[in-house]
Write a protein that binds this ligand. Structure first.
Ligand SMILES: Cc1ncc(COP(=O)(O)O)c(C=O)c1O
Length: 459
């Protein structure tokens, strides 16, 4: 059944009925879904279509992931061809697409990495934790280096360990208690500096806080520091330029691995192929997902520097091999699709385009500061946030009703935006559109938000 060409209200109704009777949806309240749903039927470029024929400019690229945009039919051909050739075999053996993809992402890092394949960003971070711990067991026999230093208000995934690694109380609360292996420090969020300071006179208090924590925990109990270069879940926070180099300095000083989460930042999202490349740091462990395939297939990976890889290399009798496995890791179809996706990102210079369009969109969003309710506009490349406050001086966030009203207004006008923000506020409108977004579409985003905020100002 194709709904692409001829919207049929009866077909849509039957899908809604089937869904409500059978599906358990993530993170949305079913009572809300009963009153209002999207039934996505097809998509092209940056636009998605409901089965009732309504079109939406998707300013979130799904869940921050459809980097090359929708409707790339050539990826269907790649998948079909690979399905005919070899649909699956466990990655204890080798297959051509996964080998080529590993070489491709290694090349994007300038060489020096090996790649372990998984299926989601959560798994990529989770595998990273385990690789860091196992590495420490190899390198420091008799010691117990297992902790991950991570930041409050970060998001790193949905499994118990990645949720624990994240620092979002409102998301974690329902599943407590956790293991306690993840130790949280203050994030580099200058608009809401946890120390009440201002950059640069703060002297990067957030890095000092991290060092104090490492010392307090005991460096020889710490395996790794986990950072998302530009934090997205907090409502998009771009750190000061020196922040990540100084964090890397701490890792080197105390013999701790630097684990970088590029799940959202990666594959052109921030205007470079990887977010950390803005800051000249060199991850020891790196999680990649989302943009690796632009979500055309579920695939993700944990990349490890060759110095880490070496620790897993030896005689079979030494039992140093990676101590984990997953059924679908290195899936040939997903790998083939991801490889072609990256080739498209490269051929169309989408990281450069992200920088250019991101700067254009950021300029447009800054004009929204004329609304009193806009406290801050920030971002890098096409990873952007517009934070809404009741009062610019106190920075008191707008309530959930107002942020919902803003997002709903946009949706009613055919624009899908996201919402995020640390400290449970969720008061930042987030934008992370496909990297193929046009100037006219950027103008549409600004114009629609402008109208949405005008109604809030009046309210
Ligand atoms: C920064 C970051 N890390 C990890 C994840 C987890 O990825 P997944 O949802 O594919 O498990 C996400 C998901 O949004 C993310 O934003």
């Amino acid at each position: 059944m194709s709904l692409a060409n001829a919207p049929d209200p009866e077909v849509r109704k039957s899908i809604v009925k089937q869904d409500l009777g059978n599906v358990l949806h993530p993170i949305v309240q079913h009572k809300v879904l009963e009153n209002r749903q999207m039934v996505v039927s097809h998509a092209q470029g940056s636009t998605v279509f409901d089965a009732d024929g309504t079109s939406y400019l998707d300013a979130m690229a799904g869940l921050w992931c459809v980097n090359i945009g929708y409707g790339r039919v050539e990826l269907a051909d790649v998948a079909a061809e690979q399905l005919r050739q070899l649909a699956y075999f466990p990655h204890t053996a080798m297959n051509a697409p996964a080998a080529a993809l590993a070489e491709k992402v290694n090349g994007l890092m300038g060489g020096g990495y090996h790649t372990y394949f998984v299926n989601s960003g959560s798994e990529a971070n989770e595998a990273g934790f385990k690789i860091a711990r196992q590495y420490m067991k190899h390198e420091y026999p008799g010691h117990y280096r297992y902790k991950t230093i991570t930041r409050y208000f970060a998001y790193h995934g949905t499994t118990l360990a990645t949720l624990d690694a994240g620092g979002m109380g409102e998301r974690k609360g329902k599943f407590e208690p956790y293991s306690g292996d993840f130790v949280h420090v203050a994030p580099p969020h200058c608009y809401r500096c946890p120390f009440g300071l201002s950059y640069p006179s703060c002297g990067l208090a957030c890095v000092k806080n991290m060092e104090t924590t490492i010392l307090g925990e005991g460096p020889d109990s710490v395996a790794e520091v986990l950072v998302e270069p530009i934090m997205s879940g907090i409502g998009v926070a771009v750190p000061p330029d020196e922040y990540l180099p100084e964090v890397e300095g701490l890792c080197r000083k105390y013999g701790i691995l630097l684990h970088v989460d590029e799940v959202i930042n990666g594959f052109g999202r921030t205007g470079k192929m990887f977010g950390h490349q803005h800051y000249g740091i060199s991850p020891d462990v790196m999680a990649i997902a989302k943009g690796i395939s632009s979500a055309y297939m579920p695939i993700a990976a944990t990349m490890v520097k060759n110095s880490v890889f070496q620790s897993f290399y030896g005689e079979a009798s030494e039992n140093r091999q990676v101590g984990q496995v997953n059924t679908y890791g290195g899936h040939p179809v997903a790998a083939a699709v991801a490889l072609r996706n990256i080739e498209i990102i490269e051929a169309e210079r989408l990281a450069d385009r992200s920088a250019e369009m991101g700067a254009y969109l950021l300029d447009g969003l800054r004009t929204l500061m004329r609304h009193e309710v806009v406290g801050d506009v920030r971002g890098k490349g096409l990873l952007l946030g517009v934070e809404l406050v009741k009062d610019r001086t106190s920075k008191e966030p707008v309530g959930p009703e107002q942020i919902a009203a803003t997002a709903d207004f946009c949706r009613d006008k055919g624009l899908l935006v996201g919402r995020a923000g640390g400290r449970g506020y969720g008061n930042t409108i987030t934008l992370s559109p496909p990297l193929v977004i046009t100037r006219a579409e950027c103008d549409q985003i600004v114009d629609t938000l402008d109208r949405a905020l005008a109604t809030l100002d009046l309210g």
